[in-house]
Design a protein around this ligand. Structure first.
Ligand code: GLN
Length: 475
């Protein structure tokens, strides 16, 4: 039995079909559902590989709940395009992984009461107090880190693949916006949502990315072959493909030091990049400090609109099945939504709805859109490579890549209230999301407390190749 299959069998023992409750003898499972079918030997680029899927990505053999009670019995009638691509390449879907409800959170703790939180498996053996696996794709990151799957899919709206990757010591890629189809992926905030890949090495993540990144006529936001070709000819012109880092210009945004004074890029890593021929340049990006509030306004507003579809009686939850004598349509909808959504989701819906009201629109939603435009412009101005879909913006100098710590800290202890709002953990990941750029977190050693730290590499749109190349140098 392969090692990952063995680990999966152990995980299955600890997983409860509905809630993934841990058995008394082991840590809670990162899975909310485990595929009862066993992996068959198949051919193809991912032949027989075990891949876990975040529970907001449709797979028709089991439930897709987004870790929400409002979808507790929902089994999708079809597979998401990215899942179809994996299975056609020979992969076996091992199960669905726990997440913060609808992707809203940074610690995989916003879960229905019947679910146990995911434990981060990557700590030093001496530290037995459970820590968060990060969120919202914490189940996917923990499943990769514990070895029960070969790779996992997550989704990243503002950092939900990169933050868990950093906390769990694995590689996590959020690709350029629009490269992986979102057909069959439950929307949180459409203008930001990306499917991402988690794995133990950059090579492995690149391989899975190669399988799931392609045009899809079912998703109008998934870019065409022609746009992909434009990106690859620009890449060839600016950075003839090679594995070398010689001449690569790497930018270190000075604002990340202000946002995260407690974390530093390891000096040995910077020296290593220099020894490979890369040059390092401090870059000034003042708008990065405004990215977090802009992100939370925009993401909540889009979520309020997207989540309007739930609660009308179409998706199957115990409250939808319940018929109350004399209940009006509006009262029924209110009852289902109040009981089916958890507190964090209800909070985001309220905040997002408020941002879209006539009273608040100009002062919050429009301002956030404006800030987002500033962030995009600033990224455009620091890169040497032009944006393939917005040519003419490149300054002709600048850097090829940005490098910064992924997170402001190592994984927080579960259940500990250190007085720090949870959303502050996203401060370094949201800028690349607002700009739709590829960003990958790669493990870069351990912090003073012995827990993993990750560094992020951010490239121009469509320049995943350079991100992978530099990421291999970090490993
Ligand atoms: N933590 C962020 C949020 O709650 C990001 C989540 C994500 O990327 N899905 O919105």
């Amino acid at each position: 039995m392969k090692r990952s299959a063995l680990r999966l069998a152990q995980a299955a023992k600890h997983a409860h079909a509905a809630g993934g409750q841990g058995a008394a003898s082991g840590p809670p499972s990162p899975y909310s559902w485990i595929n009862p079918d066993k992996a068959a030997s198949t051919s193809g680029p991912l032949g027989g590989r075990l891949i876990a899927i975040k529970d907001n990505i449709s797979y028709s053999k089991g439930p897709t709940t987004c870790s929400s009670d409002i979808l507790q019995d929902f089994v999708p009638p079809y597979d998401a395009t990215c899942v179809q691509s994996l299975t056609s390449a020979g992969a076996h879907i091992v199960g669905k992984t726990k997440m913060d409800e609808f992707g809203m959170g940074s610690q995989t703790t916003h879960l229905p009461p019947s679910y146990t939180p995911v434990h981060n498996p990557s700590g030093p053996p001496s530290d037995t107090l459970p820590r968060s696996a990060g969120g919202s794709s914490g189940g996917s990151a923990a499943a990769v880190a514990e070895g029960s799957c070969w790779a996992a899919l997550g989704t990243d709206t503002g950092g939900s693949v990169r933050l868990p990757a950093s906390y769990c010591g694995v590689v996590g890629l959020k690709p350029s916006y629009g490269l992986i189809s979102r057909y069959g992926v439950v929307a949180y905030a459409d203008s930001l949502d990306c499917v991402g890949v988690l794995g133990k090495s950059v090579d492995l993540v690149e391989k899975v990315f190669g399988v799931v990144s392609h045009p899809d006529e079912n998703d109008m936001t998934c870019v065409s072959e022609e746009n992909r070709q434009t990106a690859s000819s620009i890449l060839d012109a600016y950075s003839p493909s090679s594995s070398s880092l010689a001449g690569l210009r790497i930018g270190l945004p000075i604002q990340t030091h202000l946002e995260a004074p407690n974390v530093q890029l390891p000096t040995s890593l910077l020296e290593h990049f220099k020894s490979l021929g890369a040059t390092l340049h401090p870059v000034d990006m003042p708008s990065l400090t405004m990215a977090l509030p802009a992100y939370y306004v925009l993401a909540s507003a889009e979520a309020a609109s997207n989540l309007g579809r739930f609660g009308g009686g179409w998706y199957g939850s115990e409250w939808e099945r319940e018929r109350v004598e004399g209940e009006s349509g509006a009262a029924r909808r209110r009852r289902i939504r109040t009981q089916g959504f958890g507190p964090e989701v209800r909070k985001r819906i309220l905040a997002g709805t408020y941002a879209l009201t006539a009273d608040a629109f100009n002062n919050s939603y429009l301002k956030a859109l404006h800030l987002r435009r500033l962030v995009r412009k600033e990224f455009g101005a620091v890169f040497r490579i032009p944006h393939p879909l917005a040519p003419g913006e490149a300054p002709g100098h600048g850097v090829d890549l940005l490098l910064h710590p992924t997170a402001v800290r190592t994984a927080p202890r579960l259940g500990e209230d250190n007085g720090e709002p949870e959303y502050l953990q996203d401060v370094l990941t949201v800028p690349a999301s607002l700009a739709g750029l590829p960003a990958m977190s790669v493990p870069a050693g351990r912090g003073a407390d012995g827990w993993p730290i990750g560094v992020s590499l951010v490239g121009q749109w469509g320049m995943e190749d350079i991100v992978f190349r530099a990421g291999r140098a970090v490993e």
